[in-house]
Design a binder for this molecule. Structure first.
Ligand SMILES: NC(=O)c1ccc[n+]([C@@H]2O[C@H](COP(=O)([O-])OP(=O)(O)OC[C@H]3O[C@@H](n4cnc5c(N)ncnc54)[C@H](O)[C@@H]3O)[C@@H](O)[C@H]2O)c1
Length: 334
């Protein structure tokens, strides 16, 4: 591997490729193409239609195979291929000394995730996991508001309609893993107890999940997630000993209640929230880490820890499908 200092000095642009030209990969390509100090070498996808769409939207080269992209010469890749391919694609890149940002969830299994982490350590490359919600300015404002506070409980709602494309994962791996990461990040503590309730009303996999957690630091947290709500909602509430913080991650409104008085009165204020596009902030953080050699903003280990909790929720699945109780499952709209 060429040394980081020599190869990635500020003098020359960083050559970055994207693997996967689906929904997320096209977004990665669009954002990377607009970042200073970056050359978007191209996007890989086996599907000609997806390559055409990416090259029309972004105006960058496309490749049918990973080898073609790697032969074109890249310092770093972002991986937005389907999750079951993350492991093999990440290892192939890491083994060639290429820095990797891999979309969430880091891999299909904890073992695969650990193998990616170990390979990156061996190769001395940056490995970051795309838990993009951490880069949502509303989430950053919440994190700042609870700094130094004694957190008591966290509630997160992430609901919406059924996704248009049928995926091979349920809401826990697709959606709740975002919030498991947020709970671990907000509390800076590991989840030590999980109490999941899962149900499937439409999909084969769970499409409703009510997940309760306890962290090592004693925080109680719950996630309410489903694909059965006609509109998207993403809300976070955090109770600390001194504050009650509420954030809407979509409208990016964050308020805090504080100054609780014995008579029940309190003060309330809206907190300032930035306007950054989360994916742009995430990719800038990745590039900064590649250039500096400093730790990634979301490490591989953190990605594996969040995946491990999500999988634990699925393993302790105790409740039969909702269809067992209903005469017939609801029909999917999408
Ligand atoms: N961070 C987030 O908020 C977020 C949101 C959505 C998806 N994701 C993650 O991003 C990844 C992709 O999800 P998506 O919704 O974009 O899926 P998608 O199905 O829209 O895109 C996946 C793309 O990968 C391509 N592909 C298949 N095999 C490939 C291969 N061998 N090499 C390169 N490309 C290949 C497919 O043709 C498709 O174009 C998943 O891991 C998903 O969990 C993250």
């Amino acid at each position: 591997m060429i040394s980081r200092e020599f190869d990635l000095g500020k003098e020359r642009a960083l050559r970055v490729g994207v693997v996967g030209a689906g929904v997320m990969g096209t977004n990665h390509g669009r954002v990377l193409a607009g970042l200073p100090g970056i050359v978007l070498v191209g996007i890989v996808d086996p599907l000609p239609d997806h390559r055409d769409r990416a090259s029309e939207l972004i105006g960058c080269p496309t490749f049918a195979t990973l080898d073609e992209l790697l032969d074109a010469g890249v310092d770093a890749v972002t991986i937005a291929a389907p999750t079951h391919l993350h492991h093999d694609v990440a290892i192939a890149c890491i083994d060639r000394g290429i820095h990797v940002l891999v979309e969430k969830p880091v891999a299909s299994t904890v073992q695969e995730g650990r193998e990616i982490v170990a390979a990156a350590k061996r190769a001395g490359v940056t490995l970051m996991v795309g838990h993009v919600e951490r880069f949502n300015p509303a989430v950053a404002a919440i994190k700042q508001a609870i700094e130094g506070e004694d957190i008591l409980s966290i509630g997160i709602t992430r609901v919406g309609p059924f996704p248009p494309r049928m995926s091979n994962v349920g809401v826990v791996i697709d959606l709740a893993v975002h919030d498991i990461d947020l709970i671990r990040w907000f509390t800076e503590s590991e989840i030590i107890d999980v109490q999941p309730q899962l149900s499937s009303a439409i999909a084969e996999r769970e499409d409703i999940a009510l997940l309760q957690f306890r962290t090592a630091s004693g925080v109680l947290a719950h996630i309410n997630t489903n694909w059965l709500t006609p509109f998207k909602a993403r809300n976070v509430t955090i109770a600390t000993r001194g504050k009650y913080v509420q954030g809407d991650l979509l409208t990016r409104q964050v308020t805090e209640c504080f100054g609780f008085q014995p008579d029940g009165s309190y003060s309330m204020r809206h907190l300032p929230v930035g306007h950054d596009e989360p994916l742009r902030a995430e990719l800038i953080a990745f590039v900064d880490s590649v250039r500096s050699g400093g730790p990634a903003a979301v490490t591989g280990e953190e990605g594996v820890a969040s995946l491990e909790i999500a999988i634990k929720c699925l393993e302790s699945r105790a409740v039969p499908a909702a269809a067992t109780f209903r005469k017939a499952p609801r029909r999917a709209a999408g």
